[in-house]
Design a protein around this ligand. Structure first.
Ligand code: PRP
Length: 183
């Protein structure tokens, strides 16, 4: 049986691992300045943000706590189901804390909108949102993120944590897969 590798399914690379690393370094510097003297609670939204989160935290030099939550709304498709499922919540007391929510991508904006509203009820001092990729969508009322790595066109991207049907997350760069891979 012939099995293609993940790399063979890539139509083109949108951001190389070097471009990603350079941008994450800049974001880490900005966030370190913002939270100097504070101990933010860094929250990774699994699963897509896993690599971005671990890279970003290592580019920050302030004190921090880390926690991991899991949210899902795509379920093997390329369009949001419109319903966010919180598969794993945080067990950490957020009252009075500076929360930093770290995502891999904002598309419809539903996931971050849902999470920010949920965590706001837990009386944190602040909630800062960070995403590696911010899709350019023509909806003025879509969720507005505080920090982003790159703005991207409306294409379905994979790699650096991002998946299609749970595949391709392990690619070290961000790219677009060939149309035939959706079948
Ligand atoms: C993806 C991604 C974000 C969300 C963004 O998660 O990781 O959490 O979708 O899309 P939105 O702005 O339209 O809500 P997904 O549901 O695919 O789960 P995963 O992170 O486990 O891949």
């Amino acid at each position: 049986m012939l099995i293609r590798t993940a790399k063979e399914d890539i139509k083109y690379v949108m951001f190389t691992r070097e471009q990603i690393a350079a941008r994450v370094r800049e974001l880490g510097r900005e966030l370190s300045e913002k939270f100097q003297g504070e101990t933010p609670l860094m929250i990774c939204v699994l699963r897509g943000a896993v690599f971005f989160f671990t890279d970003l935290c290592r580019e920050m030099d302030c004190q921090m706590d880390m926690d991991f939550i899991s949210a899902s709304s795509y379920f093997h498709g390329t369009k949001s189901s419109g319903v966010v499922h919180l598969l794993k919540d945080s067990g950490i007391d957020m009252e009075g804390r500076h929360i930093v929510l770290v995502e891999d991508i904002i598309d419809s904006g539903l996931t971050l909108d849902y999470l920010v509203k949920l965590f706001a009820t837990r009386r944190p001092s602040s909630i800062t949102t960070v995403t590696m990729l911010d899709k350019i969508v023509n909806k003025p009322d879509r969720f507005h993120v505080d920090y982003y790595g790159f703005k991207i066109p409306d294409e379905f991207v994979v790699g650096y944590g991002l998946d299609y049907a749970d595949y391709y997350r392990n690619l070290p760069y961000i790219g677009v897969i060939r149309e035939e891979c959706y079948q």
